[in-house]
Ligand binder design. Structure first.
Ligand code: ARG
Ligand code: ZN
Ligand code: CA
Length: 246
């Protein structure tokens, strides 16, 4: 792939209150943010520290809104384990042609182990019936019902990274491996908005790339992918990569 990939997006909105039935403007704002963040079009791209300017990258994947599907539900919470939001028979909505469409479900609350998560994604190669990304309505797009500090649409940017096979930058372990060569080792996740430079205590004490979309920092403080992450994502569109349907 040469970076000319187009991803049609279907947004499945499950709402109980009218506020949760988010506006088309809010939905489109999220598509626009994905388009910017995956194409070095975000306003912060030029603010990437010089230490990382050689590895920052435009991924070259484009996003377009194909359809919005809306459905009322009396549920106040949706489980990330049972995944009923992805099943019409269970009160949710079945995905639309998941081999060739990115399905996003926007729900009122995602329960995982008794706590809320902002969003989650299925990696490539999984069950088509549950393929896609789920995001809470307060963390989707940058207008309408969004709540600071997750009000700039970066939850979707992060989750689509997982959907395209990216791991967390800390490798989900202390000084873990994210299978990307040009991202530094991180001790663990970072929250908030770390001041630069933030040093890792992993081997060699590298400066952590806290502004990477695959960390856990606030939306305003994550604004880059690397070339290695780009290559790992683009590999999913090749034969056997799990996203070859696009
Ligand atoms: N997967 C993370 C979660 O479980 C989402 C982190 C998104 N971070 C952000 N700044 N929007 O909640
Ligand atoms: Zn994540
Ligand atoms: Ca790495």
């Amino acid at each position: 792939p040469d970076g000319s990939i187009e991803i049609p997006v279907v947004v499945n909105v499950l709402y109980r209150t009218t506020a949760q039935n988010i506006s088309l403007a809010q939905i489109q704002s999220q598509i626009d943010i994905l388009e910017e963040d995956y194409n070095a079009g975000n306003s912060e791209y030029g603010s990437v520290p010089a230490l990382f300017s050689g590895v920052k990258a435009s991924v070259g994947i484009h996003f377009s809104l194909k359809n919005v599907v809306r459905k009322y539900s009396n549920k106040t919470s949706w489980s990330a384990v049972t995944e009923n939001m992805k099943s019409t028979a269970q009160g949710g909505l079945d995905p639309t042609t998941p081999d060739s469409v990115l399905n996003i479900w926007v729900v009122n609350y995602i329960n995982y182990g008794g706590s809320e998560v902002l969003g989650y994604a299925q990696f490539p190669g999984g069950d088509p019936d549950t393929d896609g990304v789920v995001i809470g309505y307060r963390y989707f797009g940058n207008t309408g019902t969004v709540v600071s500090p997750f009000n700039l649409g970066r939850t979707a940017t992060h989750e689509v990274g997982h959907y395209l096979n990216l791991r967390h930058i800390w490798g989900d372990a202390t000084c873990g491996n994210d299978f990307v060569g040009d991202t530094p080792q991180h001790n663990t996740y970072n929250f908030g908005c770390p001041s630069y430079p933030h040093y890792s205590t992993c081997s060699g004490s590298p400066v952590e790339m806290t502004m990477n979309y695959m960390d856990y920092t606030d939306d305003a403080c994550m604004y880059m992918f690397t070339a290695g992450q780009r290559d790992r994502m683009l590999a999913t569109f090749t034969s056997g990569g799990g996203r070859e349907g696009f």
